[in-house]
Design a protein around this ligand. Structure first.
Ligand code: PMP
Length: 407
């Protein structure tokens, strides 16, 4: 029902073709990080072998080539997010770094005692802790959007939380623990009616759907390359120009300045104002290859394949006695969180690993959500474009075996 040739896609991922514990690897930990296609690995290799050099300042051919490749990624990223201009894309270390940049710069500049910041029950720790730290520093209050039994945000409650005191709403586009896709377009619209700024954590969405920051009207959007088939240690922060230009720098150093004297410093324009020091040049360049690879496949085709896998896994796993699903939202990304009655998630993970199946177990950096669900953790299988139904069969056999052993 989709146009992708999955075997041809798999062939582009060297890491997938190995045995783990004597069994063919089944990699279902894609929400933690996706594997990298050969084009991304080649981009890293080509850079280090062919034109490694520092960017922006070099008066030589290699530095020019590296600078061009680096800035090419910014253009690609702007297209990837449909940003108005490339300079509204700031390179960060990842989602966590992007959120911290916003909290430290925009947050410190704009939040005062008595202000309110709204997050949701579904947030990853990286979209909770920086806001908590900011609230503590400023005497502001953190408010939390509750969820229903399916793991969906309760929108009426969100609307009740929005007041003239709300200054920031920070919410994920999709939950890494339950897979819930949040109605961010509607949330942005609602938040704007009280004058709040919206930060969207796109760590779990950028690999699955087309992101259009302009259509969403989002104020800030952050994501990580490593979850979009790109390298680790690199991410994107998109911001509306008006905010980025007003915000103070996050870190001081080289690159981010216009002029430095011992009497004072003037800062560079965006994006450089936020990119102090030698950046992660190699990984930025390789991220370009990752985004182009994704765009070539097409997110709609990727999402259709993943949705098919999710539905298949749901159907097959639900036949296992004692299975418990966490998060049954109407709209989900390909993240399946589950458990077995009376069995610790970690034990399920270990027994799956023995069969070559890589899943994640535990709290998934969402301890407040786990507390709300009254559980210690879940087993999470998350599917990507290179996964197959045959691999899901292996997962299901493994879980069924654990269920039988423990029954
Ligand atoms: N938010 C969500 C929803 C995530 O899934 C993750 C990664 N698990 C993060 C934030 C943090 O991303 P990173 O570790 O790449 O900074």
């Amino acid at each position: 029902s989709n146009t992708l040739d999955i075997q041809q896609i798999r062939a582009q991922f060297p890491v997938l073709h190995q045995e783990v514990n004597g069994k063919p690897l089944v990699y279902f930990d894609n929400a933690a990080t996706t594997q990298k296609p050969q084009v991304v690995i080649d981009a890293l290799d080509n850079y280090y072998k062919g034109y490694n050099s520092n960017i922006h300042r070099g008066a030589h051919a290699l530095a020019d080539k590296a600078t061009q490749a680096f800035e090419e990624t910014r253009k690609t990223a702007a297209e990837f997010l449909n940003a108005e201009t490339p300079e509204q894309v700031i390179f960060t270390k990842g989602t966590t770094d992007g959120i911290n940049l916003i909290a430290s710069s925009y947050g410190r500049q704009n939040i005062q005692a008595g202000d309110e910041i709204i997050v949701s029950t579904l947030e990853h720790h990286s979209n909770i802790v920086p806001w908590q730290m900011l609230c503590q520093e400023k005497g502001a209050t953190l408010k939390v959007i509750p969820i229903n039994a399916k793991g969906e945000l309760i929108m009426e409650e969100f609307e009740k939380l929005l007041t003239a005191n709300t200054k920031i709403v920070a919410v994920n586009h999709a939950s890494n623990a339950l897979g819930t896709v949040n109605p961010i377009a509607e949330m942005i619209e609602k938040a704007h009616t009280v004058g709040a700024v919206v930060v969207v954590d796109g760590a779990q969405s950028a690999s699955h759907f087309d992101i259009d920051v302009q259509a969403l009207g989002v104020d800030f959007f952050v994501t990580s390359a490593h979850k979009v088939y790109g390298p680790t240690g690199i991410g994107l922060l998109y911001g509306k120009r008006v905010f980025l230009e007003e915000m103070p720098p996050y870190q001081g150093g080289g690159e981010m300045i216009k002029e430095v004297s011992f009497d004072g410093t003037t800062f560079n324009e965006i994006p450089y104002k936020f990119e102090a020091g030698t950046p992660n040049i190699a990984d930025v360049i390789a991220f370009d290859a990752a985004m182009k690879w994704v765009q070539d496949l097409g997110k709609e085709a990727i999402r259709a394949h993943e949705a098919e896998l999710l539905a298949y896994a749901n159907e097959k796993l639900s036949e296992i006695p004692g299975i418990i699903f966490y998060g049954t939202a109407a709209e989900k990304v390909s993240v399946l969180s589950f458990g077995l009655e009376g069995v610790h998630p970690f034990d399920i993970g270990m027994m799956l690993d023995a069969r070559g199946v890589a899943v994640r177990t535990g709290h998934h950096c969402t301890q407040p959500l786990m507390k709300h669900l009254g559980i210690e953790g879940t087993v999470r299988a998350s599917f990507s474009v290179y996964n197959t139904k045959e691999e899901i069969d292996t997962l299901v056999q493994g879980v069924a075996r654990v269920a039988k052993m423990m029954a």
